[in-house]
Write a protein that binds this ligand. Structure first.
Ligand SMILES: C[S@@+](CC[C@H](N)C(=O)[O-])C[C@H]1O[C@@H](n2cnc3c(N)ncnc32)[C@H](O)[C@@H]1O
Length: 366
């Protein structure tokens, strides 16, 4: 079977982690767009259900139909019109567009022009007018403009990107994007044999994702590609014993985390308790957390105090091989607090999400 070209989108800053995951799932990475949230790769069609079900890091998987430079809307129309849309036979479709950079047109213009080009191309080749269905199309054609580059693809994931996890019934106001939680688990080199604690767990994203990853539970059982082609994938979940803890100060969030874990089917695997991150006890192989950033009610002074006390408590819960992974917008403050208590910074990177520029930092005791 001939290989297909794909491009995946994800949180900018996690491209290398995503590329490694893609290769593990059978893809051959061709290009990584560092800090742009895009990875291009090739692989067999079988990868489509595998990636949509099992990727922990990607947000969306598209089959790449075209990429090239353009200068105006006319060139977008011409590029799209040249493509073969045979796969849309007897299907409804919608164009979803995205635009970043400086242009004298909007993303709505891109969708309008590209949509017309798809209809005209199909009419010319197959003498039939395609049906548009903007709300529930059989097929989503993605047309993305990034500066002077145009990407046209078929969305195999659907309108709900993969970071939207099925288990989330309690929505913490500042919950962590689950794909970033998984990237932090990977950067911490966590595996099922290692004990893990999130001492400011909010709605439980980090330990819940660890439990699901450890048991090999798919992220999705349904995605857009199934409307294009019947695909069935055997799901190989396995019950594994794991030592996972979530600690949260506020009862409301704690109860939400427990409800999320129950819905995820991992309530028997993660132990949640109400407590204070600055007073945690015990020794853990991995500590991963997403502390408050001080963007809402928290003031900078309060953040520094919390980070200072937490860094000290975390250090006392680590052994020589332990890893502490923290994500925060206030990375300078955390770096300062961590170095004051003698933690060693092994790795740091910027990760963009929800309009925030955060840093993920990995520490060890020595
Ligand atoms: C950014 S949120 C974490 C969100 C979480 N990662 C999720 O996905 O839902 C930070 C959490 O830390 C909690 N928190 C703040 N100070 C704490 C402390 N001293 N001990 C434990 N939890 C604390 C807050 O109540 C909040 O739920």
């Amino acid at each position: 079977m001939a290989n297909v070209n794909f491009y995946a989108t994800l949180c900018p800053g996690l491209e290398d982690v995503a590329a490694e995951e893609i290769e593990k799932l059978g893809g051959r990475v061709i290009e990584i767009r560092q800090n742009k949230g895009r990875v291009f790769f090739e692989g067999s069609r079988k990868m489509i259900p595998a990636i949509n079900s099992y990727s922990r890091i990607l947000e969306r998987l598209n089959v790449l139909l075209y990429r090239g430079r353009f200068s105006d809307l006319n060139e977008i129309y011409s590029a799209v019109k040249k493509l073969d849309f045979e796969f849309l036979k007897r299907k409804t479709f919608a164009v979803r567009s995205m635009r970043t950079g400086v242009h004298n047109f909007t993303s709505v213009d891109v969708a309008r022009v590209a949509g017309q080009a798809v209809i005209d191309s199909f009419m010319e080749s197959y003498r039939e007018r395609l049906k548009v269905n903007l709300n529930a199309p059989d097929v989503i054609v993605r047309v993305e403009v990034v500066d002077d580059e145009l990407f046209v693809g078929v969305d195999t994931t659907g309108d709900d990107a993969l970071h939207k996890r099925w288990w989330r019934v309690y929505n913490h106001p500042a919950h962590l994007n689950a794909t970033i939680a998984c990237a932090m688990l990977i950067l911490a080199e966590w595996n099922v044999k290692k004990s893990l604690i999130d001492p400011m767990c909010g709605s439980g994203t980090i330990p819940i994702e660890a439990a699901l990853m450890g048991r090999n539970v798919p992220n999705r059982r349904s995605f857009a590609y199934q409307k294009l082609c019947n695909s069935d994938l055997g799901f190989g979940e396995s019950k594994k014993k794991m030592e996972l803890y979530g600690v949260e100060k506020f009862r409301k969030h704690l109860e939400g985390a427990i409800r999320n874990a129950e819905n995820a089917g991992v309530a028997d695997t993660v132990t949640f308790s109400q407590g204070d991150a600055t007073k945690i006890e015990g020794i853990y192989d991995v500590i991963i957390t997403n502390p408050p950033y001080g963007l809402r009610i928290w003031k900078k002074g309060m953040i520094r105090k919390l980070y200072e006390k937490f860094a000290e408590a975390a250090r006392d819960c680590m052994h020589d091989e332990s890893r502490l992974v923290v994500i925060t917008v206030e990375h300078r403050i955390f770096r300062d607090c961590a170095s004051k208590v003698g933690l060693s910074l092994l790795h740091e990177r910027f990760v963009k999400y929800g309009g925030l520029l955060t840093k993920v930092m990995v520490y060890s005791l020595i």
